[in-house]
Every structure is written in C-alpha cells, then in structure tokens.
Design a protein around this ligand. Structure first.
Ligand code: IYR
Length: 225
C-alpha cells in the first residue's frame, strides 16, 4: 500500500483485483442470483442468532457510503424479551389506528395480497430487532456536527444491512410503524436521532410462506441512452 498527500490530506492507494470480463459477468450474475432470492418474511423462528453474525451485519451496514462520510446513523440491537414486548405493544397500538383509520382505502387494498395487518408477532418472535435511527446532526464533545443527505445515507446503509442479512441465511421485514417516536422513548435516544426503520432479524419459521409476487422485469424499470 502506498501513501501520499493531496492538498495536505493523506491518501492511500486503492485497487480491485484485475479480472476478465467473463469473471465480472460471472460475479455479477452470482450476486444477482443470491440477492434475487431475498424475500420479505414475517414469520420468524425464535432460534437465536450468533452474536458474531449480528456484529458482522452491523459492520457491513456501517461500511456504506454517506454524505461527507459523516455516517449519520445509530443502530440499536434489541434482544431483551421485555424490551421487544414493549416495542410490540407500542407498534401494534399505532398500527391498529393506522389500519382502522389513518391508511386510505386504496392503501389498505394495495396491502391485501401481502397479508399484513395491525398484529406484529414478529416483533417478539424474532430473536433480535435492529432499530435504525438517523442523526439529523452529530454531537462530538458537546459540539454540533453538520450531517448531509441523511435520508439517502441511512437508506443506503439499510440496503447494505438487508443484503447482509440475506447473505447470512437470515430473513427480515422492513417494518415502518408510523408514527415511530415510541422507539425513541423506549430506547432512550437523544432528540437529534429520529427512528428510521425497524428490522426484525432471525431465521425463517418452519413452514414459512411468502406472497407469490414478482419483481418488474428489467425493461420495465430501465431506460438506456
Ligand atoms: N406499516 C404498516 C403498513 C404497511 C405499509 C406498507 I407501504 C407495506 O409495504 C407493508 C405494511 C405495517 O407494517 O403493517
């Protein structure tokens, strides 16, 4: 590894292994084949996940790009059954109101084939919940740190995380109870952190079923120039 300075800042050499087009085609095909088998799963086994797996998932999420490399995220890992129950009770209370009055009839109709409702047993069944917070700004030694493209950055980190969860043989559901401020209270987060996403993680339950839905084909979501 070589080092040098550019404009007074340290740089290190960076390269990817030299590969042929055929290798690149093979690697991108196999990555696609792996990730395209990911499914959103709402039925979890209670089988615990090794701690090392959880830390690897989080390190993968933390390796994501972010605005000015500010890494404006906090990941809370909840395995304590009492806290999971508290989260389930609070999420279900909000979802009950959502499904009965806050969501439009069209929205309710659009979710019918997914079989979702206000009940969220996965919040207790899954051995771990990852609650992702976005940091509107950072705080270091009592000083406010400006953050940039917070939603984009945290969304990308969650994408990395979801891919890593799948690659580890686990499943998740991108749960967004709304409003989500109960998560800040239960997990005692400071006011500059806002709940972003809740990802229960674990192994799929035995005899788990998922909706028979498909992704759009390439030509339906791409435009080449
Ligand atoms: N947050 C609710 C509703 C919901 C909304 C969408 I858009 C989904 O794709 C799935 C569910 C819930 O979690 O049930």
């Amino acid at each position: 590894m070589t080092r040098k300075e550019i404009d007074g800042f340290p740089y290190i050499s960076y390269s990817r292994p030299q590969i042929t087009d055929a290798q690149s085609i093979e690697m991108s095909t196999s990555f696609y084949e792996i990730l395209s088998k990911r499914r959103t799963v709402r039925e979890f086994s209670t089988r615990p996940i090794p701690e090392k797996v959880i830390s690897n998932l989080l390190k993968t999420a933390g390796s994501a790009p972010s605005g000015a490399n500010k890494q404006p995220w906090t990941f809370c890992i909840v395995t304590d059954p009492a806290i999971k129950k508290q989260i389930r009770v609070a999420a279900e209370a909000e979802e009950k109101v959502n499904y009965s009055s806050r969501m439009s009839p069209t929205w309710i109709q659009d979710l019918k084939h997914l079989g979702t409702d206000w009940q969220k047993p996965f919040l207790e069944d899954a051995p771990a919940l990852i609650v992702v917070f976005k940091q509107s700004y950072g705080v270091e030694k009592g000083q406010k740190i400006q953050h940039y493209y917070v939603n984009e950055s945290v969304g990308i980190a969650c994408g990395f995380l979801i891919a890593a969860i799948h690659q580890a043989g686990l499943v998740t559901v991108t749960h967004t109870p709304s409003p989500m401020n109960f998560l800040s209270k239960i997990l005692n987060r400071p006011s500059h952190e806002k709940p972003f996403l809740l990802l229960p993680i674990g192994f799929a339950a035995e005899d788990c079923h998922v909706p028979a839905i498909e992704k759009k084909s390439l030509m339906d979501f791409t435009v080449y120039f």
